[in-house]
Design a protein around this ligand. Structure first.
Ligand code: ATP
Ligand code: MG
Ligand code: MG
Length: 380
């Protein structure tokens, strides 16, 4: 019996455990809170990720370890690798944890990025705004997620407010200034690489964010084949340079036909949730297959899929369950403003049918705003 250890016990770990059950896998989840939602399906070790006693217990009970949470301290990941196989490897994790290291690697690999500069002082911020130009975004280098730890600078006069908001972080998690990209679309490559180097991607995904949080995803993205191939090539280069094992997502901005890399998520990704029902093998199962050295499953999809995130609280399930291609995911979390508590995936054979499904669901749930950009994309 193989036990997979997952550091982080959120919905990603939960969906991983659910997808691994048919493979006969056992799971052990480690999280710093006792009510983490993966704990409803897997035994847990509750403890801080730096707590050696908790890590020792975790390591002693698992055959392989992976992550649902990209901000596990790199030292803890290194500590674990001396005791148990860990995938993805700590180097890949460390690179993806730091926006500066990540963007520097993109550049080295010839993957275009928005202009950026490391910021340690207020003077450097002013100089970088002058060089990069406004609008731009000041971000923490580490620990940001769902758009947290970011300040949008519209004009150079906003520099003071940006520094008031984030300056204290300069000496802690570091800061980076990025040029604001006036993109037409956001895209993500969800990809998997096996222990033997086999590489596969799911069809390119198109994403919509609201207030920095993913709201909807559509696959396949409504872009031309050449754009998709370029995106896949960037993801492959990245995976090979990091000797990556497992699933990851590469977030991209598409501006006037050009792709610019935003960030690398070294884990299964929200924009890949549609793969559960929308593709032959889900991102969760392929991540497990990759870290266990098993053959990777096919990533092809049939028809089209749209995922809608439920933020704050769960809506009524019935309008989705009534749809022939409607699938419901309730993460079993307490409602809280801004929290991802579940999602729905709608599948259909073609763009017209998917748009009709989204229109019905959007109307019934009073979420016309959420489905509108996806319906517009389907009409392109
Ligand atoms: P995630 O939850 O995806 O990990 P995060 O907190 O790491 O989010 P980013 O992905 O950097 O944050 O930013 C969140 C969103 O904010 C992006 O998906 C995009 O919509 C917008 N955004 C971020 N950086 C830029 C930029 N340089 N130009 C334009 N929009 C941006
Ligand atoms: Mg991120
Ligand atoms: Mg992001």
């Amino acid at each position: 019996m193989t036990t997979v250890g997952i550091l982080g016990g959120g919905q990603l770990a939960r969906m991983m455990a659910l997808s691994g059950a048919p493979l006969g896998l056992r799971f052990l989840v480690m999280d710093n809170v006792a009510d983490a939602c993966a704990g409803q399906f897997a035994p847990m070790v509750v403890g801080d990720y730096r707590d050696e006693a908790a890590l020792t217990e975790f390591a002693s009970k698992v055959d392989v370890a992976t992550f649902d949470f990209e901000n596990v301290p790199a030292e803890s990941a290194h500590w674990l690798t001396d005791r148990v196989p860990v995938f993805p490897k700590p180097r890949a994790l460390a690179t993806a944890q730091d926006r500066l290291a990540e963007k520097t690697l993109f550049q080295e690999l010839g993957i275009p990025v928005p202009p950026f500069a490391a910021i340690d002082t207020r003077e450097q911020l002013d100089a970088a705004i002058a060089q990069i130009g406004a609008p731009c975004i000041l971000k923490t280098r580490r620990l940001g997620y769902d758009g947290k730890g970011q300040f949008r600078i519209k004009t150079p006069a906003d520099a003071g407010a940006a520094w008031d908001a984030l300056g204290a972080q300069a000496g802690k998690v570091g800061l980076i200034l990025e040029g604001f990209v006036h993109f037409q679309r956001e895209l993500s490559v969800v990809a998997v690489r096996g222990r033997d180097g086999e590489f596969r991607t799911w069809p390119l995904t198109e994403n919509w964010h609201v207030d920095g949080v993913l709201s909807a995803s559509l696959a396949p993205a409504r872009v031309d084949e050449a754009t998709a191939q370029t995106a896949f090539e960037y993801a492959r280069k990245l995976a090979e340079s990091l000797d990556y094992v497992g699933v990851f997502a590469l977030e991209l901005f598409c501006r006037d036909g050009e792709l610019l890399a935003n960030e690398l998520a070294p884990r299964v990704h929200n924009s890949g949730h549609w793969t559960i029902e929308g593709s032959e093998t889900s991102q969760f199962q392929n991540h497990l297959r990759a870290v266990l050295g098993l053959p990777l499953g096919d990533t092809r999809m049939v028809g089209m899929a749209c995922m809608l995130n439920w933020i704050g609280q769960m809506p009524d399930a019935l309008p989705v369950l009534r749809e022939p291609g409607g699938h419901w995911h309730d993460y079993g979390k307490e409602p809280r403003a801004g929290r991802k508590v579940g999602h729905a995936t709608l599948r259909a054979d073609d763009a017209g049918a998917l748009a009709a499904t989204l229109r019905r669901v959007g109307d019934a749930l009073e979420r016309a705003d959420q489905v509108a950009p996806v319906i517009a994309a389907l009409a392109r």
